[in-house]
Unconditional design. Structure first.
Length: 186
């Protein structure tokens, strides 16, 4: 009985010293991912999408990282619960300033479409998000959501550049959604 008690005690002590189990994705191959930018240190960045606050947000990830960084509500959120859309969904795409119909890659909680943008920042190109009527690209960087002005938006490559005439002083510039790439997160 004494030996059994010592054995149970030693097993219990070992279990309490064991580190906590953290659920995450073991390995995410980025071979088939869409490259969306270059970080300030030169490493390639890839598209990931995460479901946060009842929305589907585009974000960034990189080789060996295993998480997705998303700009939302003024902060950079880091999640290990994310998906990487395969590059073959983006066969005929290009980056362009003010495209007529950018590709939808996510949505806000209220259903507003989100488009993938790419902004120049500190010698790199950071991926981010924009939406109809919004003239900025919001990117996640160093724990913050940064609002940047020098950016391009991902669009289908078979469309013509945006042109328009001004018939009055009351006009707006914005995006009309095209094809949806990621609208649900299962």
């Amino acid at each position: 009985m004494r030996t059994l008690s010592i054995l149970l005690l030693s097993v219990g002590v070992q279990l309490t010293w064991a580190g906590p189990y953290v659920h995450g994705h073991v390995d995410r191959s980025l071979e088939q991912a869409l490259r969306t930018g270059t970080d300030t240190d030169g490493k390639p960045l890839y598209l990931c999408v995460a479901n946060i606050f009842n929305s589907i947000q585009p974000g960034k990830t990189w080789a060996g990282y295993g998480r997705c960084n998303v700009a939302y509500g003024g902060k950079e959120y880091i999640t290990s619960d994310f998906k990487i859309p395969p590059r073959n969904l983006f066969r005929n795409v290009a980056w362009q300033k003010n495209p007529v119909a950018p590709l939808k890659v996510g949505r806000e909680a209220d259903g507003k479409p989100l488009f993938l943008c790419q902004a120049r920042f500190r010698g790199g190109k950071q991926p981010g998000k924009t939406w109809p009527g919004y003239p900025h690209c919001n990117v996640s960087y160093a724990g913050q959501e940064l609002i940047l002005n020098n950016f391009e938006v991902l669009k289908e490559n078979n469309q013509k550049p945006q042109t328009h005439q001004h018939h009055s002083n009351n006009h707006t510039h914005g995006f009309a959604p095209s094809k949806a790439i990621v609208t649900e997160y299962n």
